[in-house]
Design a protein around this ligand. Sequence first.
Ligand code: SF4
Length: 393
Amino acid sequence: MRPIAVYVHIPFCTVKCGYCDFNAYAGMDNLKFDYGRALVSEIDALGDLLEGRVVSTIGFGGGTPGEIPAGTIGSVIAALRQRAPLAPRAEVSLELNPGTTSEDAIRDLRAFGVTRLSIGAQSFNPAELRFLDRIHSVEATVASVRMARRAGFESVGLDLIYGLPGQSRANWAASLAAATALGPDHVSTYALTVEDGTMLARRVARGEVEPLDADAVADLYDLATEVLEAAGYEQYELSNWARPGHQSRHNRTYWTDGEYLAIGAGAHGYHNGERYENIAHPRSYIAAVEAGSSPPFVALANRYAPDCATSMSDWLALRLRLIEGFTPVEFAGRFGVRLPPAVTGVLEECRSAGVIEYTAERVRLSRSGRLLHGEVASRLLLACRQSAADGGN
Ligand code: SF4
């Protein structure tokens, strides 16, 4: 049976953080019950798509999945298991925020089959947490990690944000040290970005907040690499470090062109060569699922098959997020053609500039090139389009 991953989006949060542009909503607790029922109905409607498949991983993301009753998470896992078997040692991961999920709920999540928790620590500095609008304390993060371990979770990750306005190396080093002292199995670090339409963007526009300059952000990234490597974590993706055996298999599906079904408001899926996206607003999503028209995709907002140039550039950009990179043979296996000359030209230029390196048969970003992934991805997209316009040459 062919493996497939499943992403489940839980869009609820206690507070909408000022920097956040995710499909996440505060003040909608009254929808949680109906939303849980809609998730199960959507899985029922997807039925045939799961026929003959084995679910390799399930990822609950958000929003804050830890803020929905654990029983709802259990119902979703049970509904999926009714439709398709879970692979042996399937990874079932869930994001939670410190201080908003009780110890009993964490135990229940473990009992319902969740295998891995990602805890949104973000910072171990109280002033930074306040700047980010996070409602938890440093103590709550510590308590969440301990509760997860007591509940029997063998894979616990911490998410951190760096590059805050005015953030010093010393403050970032202190957060990294506090994080590693808790012994997580996985650490994700994300640079704070100013996204259009957010409260943070408005504060920046009004001159109330001055973003950290790019060189300082790059310096903090390098510091994370040094500290986490020294603490025994292996970087396997641009923003992710893990102890052996603890890489996120669910997220690897995204980076390696694997198929995944999307469940929930605003969730994105990739199936049978098509990308699709559900209706974003939770209330509209619930209404669409209840109406149940057009199964298997009963909450569809958008579905399209990327053209070949987009598929190739997406594939290359995602593979280059992985520290291992890719081989030209893997590319040929996926697309049935060799790397187009326009692409090899870009890769060669990047190699000359020290951004890309070739190791044995692999192509990957160099250590210093990891900060330039976005630039490389843009150039590869242009090269793929140029190649398509030239008839594939
Ligand atoms: S808790 Fe996470 S998903 Fe929710 S608003 Fe804050 S950053 Fe966004």
